[in-house]
Each structure stands twice: as structure tokens, then as C-alpha cells.
Write a protein that binds this ligand. Sequence first.
Ligand code: NAD
Length: 469
Amino acid sequence: MGRTIDVRDPRTGRADHTLTCADAAEVGAAAASARAAQPEWLALGVPGRVAALRRFRDALAERGEAMVAALVRDTGRLAVSRLEVDSVLASLDRWCDRAPGLLPEPGTVPTSMPGVGLRQDPLPYAVTGVISPWNFPLLLAMIDTVPALLAGSAVLLKPSEITPRFAAVLRDCVTAAALDGVLGVIDGDGATGAAVVGTVDLVCFTGSVRTGRAVGAAAAARFIPAFLELGGKDPAIVCADADLDRAARAILYGGAVNTGHSCMSIERVYVAEPAFEEFVGLLVGRARKIGLAYPEVTDGELGPVISAAQVAIIEEQLADAVARGATVHCGGEIRVLGGGSYLEPTVLTGVDHTMKIMREETFGPVLPVMPFSGTDEAVALANDSEFGLSAAVFAATTEAALAVGERLEAGGISINDASLTGFVQDGEKNAFKSSGLGGSRMGAASIRRFQRQRSFLIRSPEDAAPWWW
Ligand code: NAD
């Protein structure tokens, strides 16, 4: 019997599920079957892999309600669970449509050297490891898995031990689509994740900066590529001439959706001094209308804080801000209801960069708002962070907002909206600073991360090189 851990239900606070963690030997065995299955998977070619992923898509669509039910037990929220399933179905469609164009058959082309041709063959890494977090369990389990599989890699997926129940439904989809072996879903915690990093040929990790550093170091020791998608502290800048109500609505959604458990959540708001008071009034007015998904999961907008450890982090940051002089306009206190921990959207003013709430990732529905006196100050404040995931700028015109956005150290910048990178995955973007490392997980470049390039430099048998002795 393997090592077990108790899994808590975020709506009741009670441990009602036992997870058996795969040990290194089991991970090794799963990697061996993935490695054995991969050549046949690659030999299917792009059309064959697309057909298999379309079967997987249909299997997930058929089990949509079962998947939503499992995600509700994992996360305590309903609407976002439905959104997760719909987004993954849409992303499977999108990748299956695009893969043939992105993965063309190699052909031989002339080179700069007369008489020498080039055939460039992309060769996928045999086994990709995907390690995912708890905030969007299904979405973030699949975001790298789907392009990796289409590129011809086999995948070992290790979901978070905090939200592991959905994995059983995912395994049913894998079996229904005859993808056993090609996509292995492994239960376990950090030790299991470390074993995955120790055995795969490439790793895609989504999670905290702290674990990302450990994963990056372990991957570097093995000389395998690591794509790290880590935490954020996304700023929003609201210029004086922006449509303030529009900015307040977008920022509230961007900061509070999924209870603020989103890497590209707005966590700091900088507002031009002349607009500050009016903006705060609008934001607080709208924030007060957002309800909790309690007592019924169908109620309100905000589910419970999913992870027990996150409750303590949010409470500590709020206490630190208040102790240093911040004013709470709404929300501000974690409420324990039916055993779950809930926080209404929280708006703070009187904040500054000495406070943890402005420097550390909160991962809760908290919006600290600070005034600025000119664009230079706004840009300096926004860039004064160890993170650089994404950002948002609101101004009267697209050009004015872009001019501010061009000065921000972040990979994905929403213009006159917030957190758009969560919805639109067409553009390539890199995480800046401690928010991550490696090629873009979005856009066309994403799928090429899973391939090495091999060049055949071809001289025809009749030709002789002029430099030969
Ligand atoms: P976490 O780092 O605690 O855990 C993430 C995963 O890593 C889990 O599956 C865990 O079991 C595994 N793990 C733990 N130790 C490991 C080790 N030594 N080796 C290998 N795997 C190990 O993160 P979390 O708390 O689950 O997720 C929240 C964090 O994820 C936040 O910081 C959030 O910003 C970040 N995140 C980033 C993105 C992004 O795209 N940049 C998206 C979502 C979440």
C-alpha cells in the first residue's frame, strides 16, 4: 500500500477523500510504458494524433457532467468548473484544427551552399512531464498536455494533491479514447512530482515560484528543458481619462474571478490621482454586489478559498496591511461558513509597497488601490515587483493605453480590459522575472517547445565539395 494523504473538501473543510501517492518506482514504470508507447504514437503522424485527440475531446464532452461534479468537489465552485470543461473542449478543437498547419511534413530545400540541400526534421521529446496546480485543476492539467501530445510526445501528468478527484474522470476519458500509455495520469504530491521530473525528457511545470525553482534546478541537473509558469502580482493602471466604470468592472472581474485564484489575477491597482476617489467608489459599489457561493454552490459568484494553506496566507497579508495603516472598504475578513473559508471581494486603500499585500502573491479576491501622480510613477510602481506575468492598462484611447503598456515588464498586457490572457491564447508571451522561464505556452510557438530540430545536410552523391583534400 502506497503513502496516502487526506484530501479536504473546500466547502466543508472536512477530509473526505484519500489519495494514494505514486512512489518513484511507480512513476518510473509509468514513464517506461509512456516511452514504449511513444514511437507508435509518433508514427500515427499528425492526422492520426489529431483523430485520437478528437476522440479524447468527445470522451470528455460525454463525461462533461461527471467532470464538473468532480471539479466541484475539488474546488467548491460550480460556474468556473463548467467554464474549465468548456475551455478545455474549445482548446482541444482549436489545437486539432491548427496542428496540421503548425506541424508540416518536412521537405528538402536548397541552402546557401550550392549543391547542399537541407531537410529539417522536428523530433519530439519522447516523454513530457506535466505538473499542475490546484487553482484550475483541469484547465492547467491540459494546457501543455494537448500540444505535447499533438507534437508526438507521450505525457505523464501529475495533478495537484489538493484537487485530485477530477483525475479519475480524466483517466476514464483517456481509456475511452484509447490513449492509455500515451497519456499517463499519476496521483501524488510533491515527492511524486519530483519523481516525474527525475524521469521525463522535458517538464512543463505550473505552480509557485518556490516549487518552480526546485523543479528548474532538478531539470538543469538532468539537462532536460523546463518550462516554468509561476506566480504573479499583476498590476492594473487606470489613467485619469479612462472610462472609470468600465475599468472598475473589468478589474473587479480580473481580480476576483475564481476567488482570485488565478495567476493572471489583478492584485494591485494604480489609479491617477484625479480619478482615484471616483474609481474607488465605483469599485467598492460593484464589489459589494458580488455574493458568495453559499449555502448552495449555485448561489453567488465566489466559491470558497480552495487551499487551506492559502487561507492563512491571505489572512496574514490582510492583517499586515491593516496593521500598517490600510483601510478596508469592503470584505476584508475570511468567514468560515459550513466549514469552508470564504472571502468577499476586498478593496483596500491607504496601501504602499512596504506591505506584503503589494509585494507578495495573495491569490485571493483582494484589490489594493493606490493613487499615482503621473505616468512615470505609475510605470515605476507597476514594475516594482519580483513578478512579471501580466498587467492591464486603461486609458481613453487604445494608443494612450498601449504607450503605457509598452513600458511594463510583463509578458501579457490587456489593453482596456483585464486578465484577457486567460481567455485569448492566440498570442505568444513569455513570463518575465520570477514569473517563469522558457518558451511561450500560448500561440504557435507553444507546440514547437515539444520538438527538437534535427537537420539533415544533404549533398548529392554526384557532387564533390570544393574544399575536400
Ligand atoms: P505548488 O508549487 O505548491 O504546486 C504545484 C505542483 O507542483 C503540485 O502538483 C505539487 O504537487 C507539485 N510539486 C510540489 N513540490 C514539487 C517538487 N519538488 N517537484 C515537482 N513537483 C512538485 O503550487 P500551487 O499552490 O499548487 O499553485 C499555485 C501557484 O501556481 C500560484 O503561485 C500561481 O500563481 C501559480 N500558477 C501559475 C500559472 C501560470 O500560468 N503562470 C497558472 C496557475 C497557477
